[in-house]
Write a protein that binds this ligand. Structure first.
Ligand code: HEC
Length: 140
């Protein structure tokens, strides 16, 4: 029994170690595409369900007004007392985020990079040809 427990524990340690060792790095283009998909898919129908509709904050304005840290903090933890709930857990549920083995910080960075690009008028991005192979190789 002890032996089995050690074995299971050992395997978990190996899995934890290798998941950080195999963290996938994304190119800026891949990042923008992933960020766009996160924006479109978070919380089921995407951030735009609220944010593309007035009077909710226009995030292309918010991104100029708030520091990066403040912005990411709201996405991560929400604004208590409003319908802006913590989005990070919902972002981590998106199929593409899982299949690309993104960490939470990678997902939040990609989303931020995408919204920054939109604010600069460079929002529509094509899927980079390199992305599928990367997703395949990340192991899920
Ligand atoms: C259910 C509606 C809804 C969804 C979905 C939603 N938000 Fe929000 N969000 C709000 C509302 C309402 C506020 C304003 C809260 C307040 O009164 O301060 C807000 C505020 C914010 C702010 C602060 C804006 C500012 O100018 O102070 C950021 C950043 C933000 N949301 C990002 C996001 C992102 C990114 C997503 C998707 C991952 C998202 N939100 C999804 C409703 C939503």
């Amino acid at each position: 029994m002890t032996k089995l427990r050690n074995l299971v524990f050992g395997a978990a340690m190996v899995a934890a170690a290798s998941s950080s060792a195999l963290a996938v790095e994304f190119t800026p283009e891949e990042n923008l595409f992933l960020g766009m998909k996160i924006y479109e898919r978070a919380a089921g129908r995407g951030c735009g369900t609220c944010h593309d509709v007035r009077p909710f904050p226009d995030l292309t304005q918010s991104i100029k007004k708030l520091s990066k840290e403040e912005f990411i903090n709201v996405v991560k933890n929400g604004r208590p007392g409003t319908i802006m709930v913590a989005m990070a857990p919902q972002i981590m549920e998106i199929g593409l985020v899982k299949s690309a083995c993104m960490s939470e910080s990678q997902a939040l960075e990609a989303l931020y990079a995408y919204l920054q690009a939109v604010a600069e008028g460079k929002g529509k991005v094509q899927k980079p040809a390199t992305l599928d192979a990367k997703i395949k190789s990340c192991g899920k």
